[in-house]
Design a protein around this ligand. Structure first.
Ligand code: FE2
Ligand code: FE2
Length: 171
C-alpha cells in the first residue's frame, strides 16, 4: 500500500473509495465479456464493422479493469477475487445478448455505455479535490466511455440509415 501517497487523500474514507472502485471493477469485467461475446455472435448487415468496434471495446474494458485493479491495490484494498462477486457488486449489470442482430446488439451496448458514463461521472464527483490520483484515473476512463458511446451510436446510425436507403430503393 502506498502509505505516503494515500496520506494526501482528504475528506474521503479510503475504504469507501475501494468499495466504489470494486463496483466499477465488476462492471468492467462484465462489459469486457459482453463485448467479447457480442463480437462472436453478432449477425446481419455490416456485421464486420460491428465486430471491429466490439472487439476494440472489449480490449478497452479489460484495460479499464487493469487500471481500476491497480488503483484498488495502491489504496490497500483487494480487487474482487471471485467472478461470482462481479454479479453482486456490479452497478450496470450484465446484458446477456438475447438477439444477435447487429442493430439490437449495438442498442444494448449503447445502454451499457450510458450506464458506465453515469457511474464514472459519480466517481469523478466523489473524488474531485479529494483523491486526485483516483480522480485522474476515473476521468480518463470516463472520456473513453463517452468515446465508446459515440462510436457505437455512429455505427448504429450508419447501419440503420443504410437499411432505410436499401428499403427505399427496393420499393
Ligand atoms: Fe470501461
Ligand atoms: Fe465502454
Amino acid at each position: 500500500m502506498a502509505k505516503f501517497g494515500n496520506s494526501i487523500i482528504r475528506g474521503l474514507e479510503i475504504r469507501d473509495i475501494i468499495t466504489a472502485l470494486n463496483r466499477a471493477y465488476a462492471d468492467e469485467w462484465l462489459a469486457h465479456y459482453q463485448y467479447f461475446i457480442e463480437a462472436k455472435v453478432v449477425k446481419g448487415i455490416m456485421k464486420d464493422a460491428a465486430i471491429v468496434e466490439l472487439t476494440q471495446h472489449a480490449a478497452d474494458e479489460l484495460r479499464h479493469a487493469t487500471m481500476v485493479a491497480d488503483r484498488i491495490i495502491q489504496l490497500g484494498g483487494t480487487p474482487l477475487l471471485n467472478p461470482k462477486e462481479w454479479f453482486t457488486h456490479t452497478n450496470c449489470g450484465y446484458g446477456e445478448p438475447e438477439e444477435f442482430d447487429v442493430v439490437r446488439i449495438l442498442r444494448d451496448s449503447i445502454k451499457g455505455e450510458q450506464c458506465a458514463i453515469s457511474i464514472y461521472s459519480q466517481l469523478v464527483d466523489m473524488t474531485r479535490d479529494k483523491d486526485i490520483v483516483t480522480y485522474d484515473i476515473v476521468s480518463q476512463i470516463l472520456a473513453d466511455e463517452v468515446g465508446h458511446e459515440e462510436d457505437l451510436q455512429a455505427l448504429h446510425d450508419d447501419i440503420t440509415e443504410f437499411i432505410a436507403d436499401l428499403k427505399k430503393s427496393l420499393n
